[in-house]
Design a protein around this ligand. Structure first.
Ligand code: GDP
Length: 599
């Protein structure tokens, strides 16, 4: 189904793009293989075409698989399946700032039900507003299932015994219930009356091919009903696509694998691409497609074509492609080259996230990955100051070092390498001490590493700060224990409440100064700290027993206003009940005159 750029008068509807998501080992790859395989066998009508990074299943191949479809008036040319399943492919492949895929299949093992990554998948799809269908796969694993190769689901289902029927119903209902918990209303596909309101669940088996035609039919229904308008205008006109991968090919040099989602691209077209050194333009030398299987013996692996129309996967060969960024846009230059170049530059920098004036610096290999990492950080209330696609450079390290808040003095690299001079800098003691560097290729792991480091740092910082804070305490001068009158006065005391430390001022209960505590001894040993109930000898400078205080008097530790504020706002949970009481008694002395003292 190819349309020329110069096309007819009526716009040509392009092929919708489908991505497969789901939990690991639930059968994504097997399902994709089955979809590709089944349409090959279904034959002459329209064999599937293997594209670069994608597979097109033409509409007549789908209709011939499912008898019921024959008299349906279908206007889309087929479905394009992205060959790489999974979240990463889905988030990396973008078009115009959103997801590249028009629709998705969420795969769930019917015997296991929803798992963490299945839930993550539906959350991602909800965020991107991408319509999807749930494939409840491994149907043949239901104990007692009698398989009928490649049969539609309802036909196979009708031939099962009661126990199997009940089991399938229960398993499907479990999925309906889990989806409901996440705010989605769903039904088994044959019971869905309104596809705008209800998600369809299609029981399938990749091994037996059962339900596959139903799954494809639901996908076509979805695209027919909800996407015709948005798909309608997108085959004619200059091509737009997304770079899947940059690949070195023997005899060709650097090439880019592209999913074309809009318009047409021709040999000789001028194209604009995003490289590590900015937006560049170049001229298409050749457009390459894989050779059909039967021609496998021909030396050249690729088939050269003159033009390709959306949606399609194609390898583009052109000069100067080695620095192209995967996941970035590619556009055929039409009338306004400058406009196209700015729009690409904008797409590369304008990621759909909120940046904060103070926060971490993050780098990632693709713009989709950057956005996914940024969203995850924001969800954990971790602010991001700068987010960029590309390798970690010396400049990034230097900039990270200038971040004021040590909790954010962090550089995060997701799936992207560190340039050698940046690496050297990170190992220089002055930087290694200041800048915390996190790297990896699983967002979840980077995030966990960061949170663990941050919690430890926070604890250390709190501890250091709290060590300096003066704690409340109350003591009583014991009778018969005045060892020295003055210079300094040495007396025996009991700590009534709180924690007493050396170096503090002591005041009387009327707020007047009593002297400053110099040293403390317990059984002739110098100590720095004593607790409620302890009896110790203390030396007090600037006081004479009988003048500033006398035996049986109670004294309180004087706490500076600034410390009172920290104690009351951040440390109350660290204080014992009796210490809190002393603190209250102490603040009451000052708040009688100034109710806002220490607040
Ligand atoms: P992925 O990690 O989601 O891509 O899962 P795979 O497609 O690699 O499948 C994981 C395992 O499940 C493999 O051992 C498959 O053979 C098996 N599997 C996948 N689909 C089916 C199915 O429909 N029926 C059965 N019985 N096994 C399946």
């Amino acid at each position: 189904v190819k349309t020329s750029k110069k096309g007819g008068e009526t716009p040509h509807i392009r092929t919708p793009i489908v991505c497969v998501l789901g939990h690991v080992d639930h059968g994504k790859t097997s399902l994709l293989d089955r979809i590709r395989g089944s349409s090959v066998v279904s034959g002459e009508a329209g064999a599937i075409t293997q594209h670069i990074g994608a597979t097109i299943v033409p509409i007549d191949s789908i209709t011939s698989m499912s008898g019921a479809m024959k008299n349906l008036n279908v206007s889309i040319p087929g479905l394009l399946f992205i060959d790489t399943p999974g979240h990463h492919a889905f988030t990396t492949l973008r078009a115009r700032g959103g997801a590249l895929a028009d629709m998705a299949i969420v795969v769930v093992d019917i015997t296991e039900g929803f798992q963490p990554q299945t839930i993550e998948a539906i959350q991602i799809l909800r965020n991107c507003k991408t319509p999807f269908v749930v494939a409840a796969t491994k149907l043949d694993r239901i104990p007692g299932w009698r398989k009928t190769e490649k049969s539609p689901f309802l036909k196979s289902f009708a031939g099962q015994n009661e126990r199997v029927i009940l089991l399938v119903e229960t398993k499907v209902y479990d999925i309906v219930a889990t989806l409901a918990e996440h705010g989605f209303s769903s039904e088994r596909f044959d019971r869905v009356t309104d596809f705008a309101r209800n998600l369809a669940i299609v029981p399938v088996s990749a091994h037996t091919g059962e339900g596959i035609s139903d799954l494809l039919m639901v996908l076509i229904g979805l695209s027919q009903r909800y996407m015709e308008e948005s798909l309608a205008l997108t085959v004619d006109g200059p091509g737009s696509g997304t770079v899947l991968e940059v690949k070195e090919e023997k005899g060709l040099g650097a090439t880019i694998d592209v999913i074309l989602f809009d318009g047409t691209i021709c040999v000789g077209d001028e194209i604009a691409i995003a490289t590590t050194t900015g937006v560049q333009t170049t001229k298409v030398r050749s457009l390459l497609q894989p050779r059909p299987m039967k021609e496998i013996l021909i030396e050249d692996r690729f088939l050269r074509v003159k033009e390709v129309a959306a949606a399609a996967g194609v390898k583009v060969s052109a000069p100067g492609l080695d620095q192209v960024i995967a996941g970035s846009p590619i556009k055929v230059i039409g009338d306004d080259p400058e406009e196209i170049k700015t729009s690409i530059a904008r797409e590369m920098t304008e990621i759909n996230v909120t940046l904060s004036p103070e926060g971490l610096i993050i780098k990632a290999d693709t713009i989709g990955a950057l956005e996914a990492l940024c969203k995850e950080l924001t969800a954990h209330e971790i602010p991001v100051m700068r987010a960029e696609v590309g390798q970690v450079s010396r400049h990034d390290v230097i900039e990270a070092e200038t971040i004021k808040n040590p909790l954010y003095r962090v550089l995060m690299a997701f799936n992207t390498p560190v340039l050698p001079d940046a690496q050297d800098l990170l190992h220089e003691p002055s930087y290694a001490e200041m800048v915390q560097f996190f790297t990896g290729n699983v967002i979840y792991h980077i995030l966990e590493d960061y949170l663990e480091w941050r919690n430890n740092l926070k604890r250390d910082m709190d501890q250091k700060r709290f060590e300096k804070i003066i704690f409340p305490a109350k003591i009583v001068i014991l009778p018969g224990c005045v060892f020295r009158q003055n210079n300094p006065a040495v007396v025996g005391v009991r700590i009534l409440s709180g924690t007493l430390r050396t170096g503090v001022n002591l005041i009387r209960r009327d707020g007047k100064k009593a002297g400053s505590l110099k040293s403390m001894q317990l059984r002739k040993e110098n100590i720095q700290e004593a607790h409620a109930g302890d009896e110790v000898a203390i030396s007090i400078e600037g006081a004479t027993v009988g003048r500033q205080f006398d035996v049986e008097d109670e004294l309180i530790v004087g706490i500076p206003e600034r410390h009172v504020k920290v104690l009351e706002t951040e440390m109350l949970s660290h204080l014992s009940e009796d210490a809190k009481e002393v603190l209250e008694e102490y603040t009451r002395l000052f708040r009688r005159e100034n109710p806002f003292w220490g607040k």
